[in-house]
Design a protein around this ligand. Structure first.
Ligand SMILES: Cc1cc2nc3c(=O)[nH]c(=O)nc-3n(C[C@H](O)[C@H](O)[C@H](O)COP(=O)(O)OP(=O)(O)OC[C@H]3O[C@@H](n4cnc5c(N)ncnc54)[C@H](O)[C@@H]3O)c2cc1C
Length: 525
């Protein structure tokens, strides 16, 4: 049976680690959330009993582990008032299925150590394998961990499936214009790994990368490796960012980061405030809205793009126009494009626009940018009108670009009416909000991530802590990075562009190690 370990911090500060024999607990409580004791008990009991009854149906016996955990929690909860607060400190699968278990001890020398077993690490491994370069991938968790553990249940790609172009493993399904759901994305990555068998070691966190006189020294809890080259493929989304004002808010409000959100059933009853209207915030707000939750959304400056225009997905037009081939060095905003929020749109339901005005028309309460907060009182900037107008203006500018392309290329494409706002705010968005009075019990912070490169003890970071590089190649000889947003092009931090970047970086490594730099075989299959 699957087991989930979760740690509860009781109101008196005591921590209790519990093992749930069933995964249903993951749908009932969420890491980082605070629940009143009575509600926590109700949720945990319901989840454990649901798991028990499934087991009874399948196997015909009762699960004593679930029953005794329910008893334990009841005993512990008995010392507190119903509305005292319990916090869920962490939750993880204790027996995750490891497809690529690491050896007990790691030591010796490799040509290359790749850190990170997501799509970027695998893409690098594929390119190195094709060139016969010995290497190992160290992944602290599991293959594709961020897709598994940092996305909500109804997550699906925003980019069309045909853009999934891992090297040697382009999308091969029958819905190229569709948008893979979370499990399909994981399957796509797992099939990739199965196809070429990367030297992946799961469950090995790299705790430091340093340089000795003649090699890099890569330290892990399972031992120390040396190598000539390091590829940092640890993604661009490291530490969930929660603004400091979160600490000023009442403990009665459950707060979690967008990366910890799974589904509406795991949230306390009542309304939810989502802070941030980038891709995650806008989609999570929609997810909750579709479930019938009362949703408030603090709208920031994220831009919007329409899903389709003049008969095609806007992504397809922008691809033809060459937008995705543009290197960051030619981007009108220069390197600062790396820090811009993504345009909001969704692949849900086969792909559609996200129109915050339509949500507001249908009952969602929109606010301006969240500015300050204390206890249960929040203050917003009166910039809602400006933010909605700016997001729409971006979407319309993208359509202008598409129109010009259609005209210039003499393409026959159906005409399409331009967007007309379906709702205008009858207020400025800066009105204060009393969370308790509005019945809001949860805040989801869709406020992005901060980088954490502290374990890379090399002189390669700029004053903002960003690794300085040119197309992934840093000034430290042998150190490369992959998979960062706009590392080279729009697709660098996505499925669309990782192949090109991995090839570039691995050609550089191949030239250094004197390996075969000729075009390798094209397929992982
Ligand atoms: C909400 C969201 C939606 C997205 N939607 C799309 C989309 O629709 N289309 C698209 O193409 N892209 C999308 N992306 C962007 C991108 O595809 C993903 O972020 C993807 O996970 C990046 O892959 P990666 O391999 O670069 O990084 P990750 O998937 O983050 O993999 C990095 C790995 O490194 C491991 N790691 C980190 N530190 C260490 C260490 N010290 N030691 C060992 N291992 C370590 C992590 O456990 C992780 O498994 C989305 C991203 C987010 C956050």
């Amino acid at each position: 049976m699957p087991e989930i370990e979760f740690t509860v911090r009781w109101p008196d500060g005591r921590s209790q680690t519990c093992i749930s024999p069933s995964r249903s607990i993951e749908k009932a409580i969420v890491t980082g959330a605070r629940y009143p004791v009575a509600e926590f008990q109700r949720r945990a009991r319901a989840a454990l009993e649901a798991g028990q009854s499934r087991l009874r149906e399948r196997r015909g016996f009762n699960c004593s582990a679930a029953a005794s955990l329910i008893d334990d929690l009841d005993v512990a909860a008995g010392s507190f008032e119903d509305d005292d607060l319990v916090m869920i400190e962490r939750m993880r699968g204790v027996r995750p299925r490891r497809r690529f278990p690491a050896p007990e001890r790691l030591d010796g020398h490799r040509s290359v150590v790749v850190v990170g077993g997501g799509q970027a690490g695998l893409a690098a491994s594929f390119e190195l394998t094709q060139r016969g370069i010995d290497h190992v991938i160290l992944e602290r968790d599991r293959l594709a961990a961020s897709w598994r553990d940092q996305r909500w249940d109804e997550f699906c790609l925003v980019t069309p499936n045909w853009q999934c172009q891992l090297p040697g493993h382009p999308y091969d399904g029958d819905d190229p214009d569709g948008f893979m759901l979370k499990q399909w994305i994981i399957d796509y990555i797992e099939r990739y790994a199965d196809a070429f068998g990367p030297p992946l070691c799961e469950g090995v966190a790299v705790t430091s990368v340093e340089q000795s006189v003649d090699a890099f020294v890569v330290t892990t809890p399972r031992g120390v490796l040396t190598c000539d080259h390091v590829v940092l493929a640890v993604g661009g989304y490291h530490v969930p960012r929660i603004p400091p004002l979160g600490a000023q808010l009442s403990p009665a409000i459950t707060q979690l980061h967008s990366s910890a959100y799974r589904n509406e059933t795991s949230l306390p009853d009542g309304g939810v405030l989502v802070v941030g209207s980038g891709q995650s915030g806008a989609q999570i707000a929609e997810d909750l809205h579709l479930c019938g939750r009362e949703v408030h959304l603090a709208v920031g400056s994220a831009p919007r793009v329409s899903r389709r225009y003049r008969g095609r997905d806007c992504v397809a037009w922008l691809h033809d126009i060459g937008h995705y081939r543009m290197p960051i060095t030619e981007h009108p905003e220069g390197l600062s494009a790396r820090n811009e929020p993504n345009h909001y749109v969704t692949g849900r339901g086969g792909g559609r626009d996200i129109d915050l005005r339509a949500f507001a028309r249908d009952g969602m309460r929109l606010h301006g940018r969240l500015m300050t907060g204390k206890g249960e009182q929040l203050e917003f900037a009166a910039d809602l009108v400006k933010n909605l107008d700016a997001a729409d203006a971006t979407a319309e500018r993208i359509k202008d670009t598409i129109d010009r392309w259609i005209l210039g290329q003499d393409i026959v494409a159906p005409a399409e009416e331009r967007y007309e706002p379906v709702w205008q705010p009858p207020y400025g968005g800066g009105e204060p909000l009393d969370l308790a009075a509005a019945g809001l019990r949860t805040i989801i912070w869709a406020t992005g991530f901060t980088p954490n490169w502290g374990w890379v003890k090399l002189d390669v970071f700029d004053e903002r802590g960003y690794p300085e590089h040119e197309r992934g190649i840093t000034k430290v000889d042998g150190l490369t990075v992959l998979g960062l947003p706009w590392l080279h092009t729009w697709g660098s931090g996505r499925f669309a562009g990782i192949a090109e970047d991995a090839r570039h970086v691995c050609e550089h490594i191949a030239a250094k190690v004197g390996a075969n730099v000729a075009d390798p075989a094209p397929s992982a299959a």
